[in-house]
Design a protein around this ligand. Structure first.
Ligand SMILES: [Zn+2]
Length: 186
């Protein structure tokens, strides 16, 4: 969307004087404007070297989930009590809401944090997901990616033996702090 706006702006500018074009190009090249266009995973990667530059190739089974209760309800039994817990709209790694994360352009993945630490960047199918969630069925080399609606998750299905590249967070707590700063626009 931001790239589109950029192009629209350049199209408009094409009809104006060269002087205005030069000034506008200089403004677009300001560091703030450039960093604003960087995708979230690149901002995270650049924050104090929280993830390595190169990733580890892994083979994973990949499924998808949506933000609604259909994909976020777990039955938990203990001490003779059975409870239904509804995590819809939230992620397990912190007090982020899915709404805020997606509004910031963050692609969310649920992982087994014992295998892929929270805050890791997972490249799959040309997208970069950030490991921020988990689930009772997400164990081992299994990744659940967040899609916007339930129908999309059904279409996605179960994709076994997929190749992903994981840039594992070196410090999940610091990675999550960096994501908090990004979400809050600091
Ligand atoms: Zn669902």
């Amino acid at each position: 969307m931001k790239n589109l706006n950029h192009e629209n702006l350049l199209t408009v500018l094409a009809g104006t004087t060269l002087a205005i074009c030069i000034v506008s190009t200089a403004l677009l090249a300001l560091p703030g404007a450039v960093s604003e266009r960087r995708p979230p995973h690149e901002k995270l990667a650049g924050a104090a070297s929280l993830v390595p530059d190169t990733g580890t190739v892994m083979t994973c089974d990949i499924t998808a989930y949506c933000p609604e209760s259909c994909c976020n309800t777990a039955v938990i039994s203990g001490n003779g009590v059975t409870r239904i817990v509804d995590w819809s709209g939230r992620v397990a790694s912190g007090d982020f809401t899915i709404q805020v994360l997606t509004a910031k352009g963050i692609d969310v993945a649920a992982v087994d944090p014992a295998v892929i630490p929270y805050g890791s960047i997972i490249e799959y199918g040309g997208r970069n997901y950030i490991a921020l969630d988990t689930g009772s069925a997400i164990r081992g080399n299994r990744i659940d990616i967040l899609l916007p609606d339930h129908e999309s998750t059904v279409d996605f299905g179960v994709r076994r033996g997929q190749t992903v590249t994981v840039r594992a967070s070196k410090d999940s707590r610091k990675s999550l702090e960096a994501i908090h700063r990004f979400v809050e626009g600091l």
